[in-house]
Design a protein. Structure first.
Ligand code: ZN
Length: 421
């Protein structure tokens, strides 16, 4: 006979209340998939304001089942440099913040986004089930994740085990465009939470991510001098060819700085071929593994900008920055991964981690000192494409994982990482 049985604990150390909650979550998988399909049927591309409102209403209603306050927070507009170099503002949807037991000594942060990369006119809108998978826009990234986050929190509340733990849920509308509006909310949340849980999908083979590079999006606006090709070609200063030279110099940085990548995404500008074009923009992305590499990369880019700016009738102005700071695998992140691995073992999951060059809200939480695991969503793949899918069996599995983390933290069975220094 199991000697623990008399104490009301099974061999994983769960109390009867926790065991009940885990059994309920096993049963809740199908309903969670149905809710995900309903949510994914609402288009919520990052700039689709009316649709984002509809989605926010659905989320507010669903998350109001938690015993806390639900607020909608207006976000400041995002800025975008147009191809003529003019900076314009674009309105964003609301963030949603739910706070439960804000007075508790231990505070956790749970974050996710309800925008997707698919605008309303994109062909990929239909949601369907086939071959043990859900297919549709956002089923994995991340409406499925939001659904299991809610499942786990509801089970945690019903179990009565969470009295000593408070938490804030932040649901954002602008993650897929780099969190320009919600970055300050994420930073404030990361500054006060002891541990973060974010619901990006796990990899297609079920891995979680423990470390991420930092990522910055930049736009260089180049201004030259317009001239008629036939009458005064020599007086012109061609902004398009200057932008092309700048882009080639950026590309040449690849392989020179350890771990740093520089991708030129677009050169825009110019017009009729009988005019020397006076305006062009270069859009590019930098990724770097840590703060030192970011400083080195930024210095290299700055030298290229200085070389162009003011030279021979040209001017150059750089916009943008590292909106996603790096999330290196330091001691606190190692401890965060160990916590999640231990929680997985208690429910029979053998979880593995790897690093990624991709970025998400977990980067922002880590930069504010909050150790976090940011791939606690469903298992899925084909992200940001019309092949996106979510594994149906992972809904119950990963909801149980989140519950096991929450229960383990609340019962002190799983030690929390220190904050990131
Ligand atoms: Zn995502």
């Amino acid at each position: 006979m199991d000697p623990m049985a008399d104490l009301g604990q099974d061999d994983a150390g769960f109390t009867p209340a926790a065991r009940n909650a885990l059994a309920e979550l096993e049963e809740a998988g199908l309903a969670s998939q149905a809710r995900t399909m309903a949510w994914a049927s609402v288009n919520s591309g990052s700039y689709e304001l009316a649709n984002l409102q509809v989605m926010a209403d659905l989320l507010c209603e669903a998350f109001s089942a938690l015993p806390g306050s639900v607020e909608r927070l207006a976000l400041p507009p995002a800025q975008r440099v147009r191809s003529d170099g003019v900076v314009e503002e674009r309105a964003l949807g609301d963030a949603i913040r739910i706070q439960v037991r804000p007075q508790a000594a231990l505070q956790l942060a749970l974050t996710g986004h309800y925008d997707t990369v698919f605008p309303a006119q994109h062909a990929f809108q239909h949601v369907r089930e086939a071959d043990g998978r859900l297919h549709g826009p956002g089923v994995a990234d991340m409406k499925g994740g939001l659904s299991i986050m809610l499942d786990a929190l509801l089970a945690f509340e019903r179990s009565g085990l969470g009295r000593g733990v408070g938490y804030t849920v932040l649901l954002s509308s602008d993650e897929e465009i780099g969190s320009p509006g919600s970055a300050t909310l994420l930073a404030a949340l990361g500054a006060q939470a002891r541990f973060g849980m974010t619901y990006e999908p796990a990899t297609p083979d079920g891995f979680l991510i423990d470390a991420r590079k930092g990522s910055g999006n930049f736009t260089l606006v180049v201004r030259g001098r317009a001239a008629h090709v036939g009458r005064a070609f020599e007086q012109g200063r061609n902004a398009v060819t200057a932008a092309a030279r700048f882009a080639a110099a950026l590309d040449a940085l690849n392989g020179r700085l350890p771990g740093v990548t520089c991708n030129v995404g677009a050169i825009e500008g110019g017009g009729p071929v009988n005019m020397v074009p006076d305006r062009a923009v270069v859009r590019f992305n930098l990724r770097a593994p840590d703060k030192v590499a970011i400083q080195t990369a930024l210095a290299a880019v700055d030298r290229l900008v200085q070389d162009l700016d003011g030279s021979d009738g040209f001017s150059a102005r750089l916009h943008g920055g590292f909106g996603r700071p790096p999330k290196p695998l330091g001691p606190a992140q190692q401890a965060a991964a160990a916590l999640v691995r231990a929680a997985g073992r208690r429910i029979g999951l053998d979880l593995a981690f790897r690093a990624s060059g991709g970025v998400c809200e977990g980067n922002n939480l880590a930069a504010a000192g909050c150790p976090n695991i940011d791939t606690l969503g469903v298992v899925g793949g084909g992200l940001h494409s019309d092949e996106e899918w979510a594994l149906k069996s992972s809904f119950a599995e990963r909801a149980r994982l989140s519950f096991a983390i929450l229960e383990g933290v609340a019962s002190h069975a799983l030690p929390l990482p220190e904050r990131i220094a």
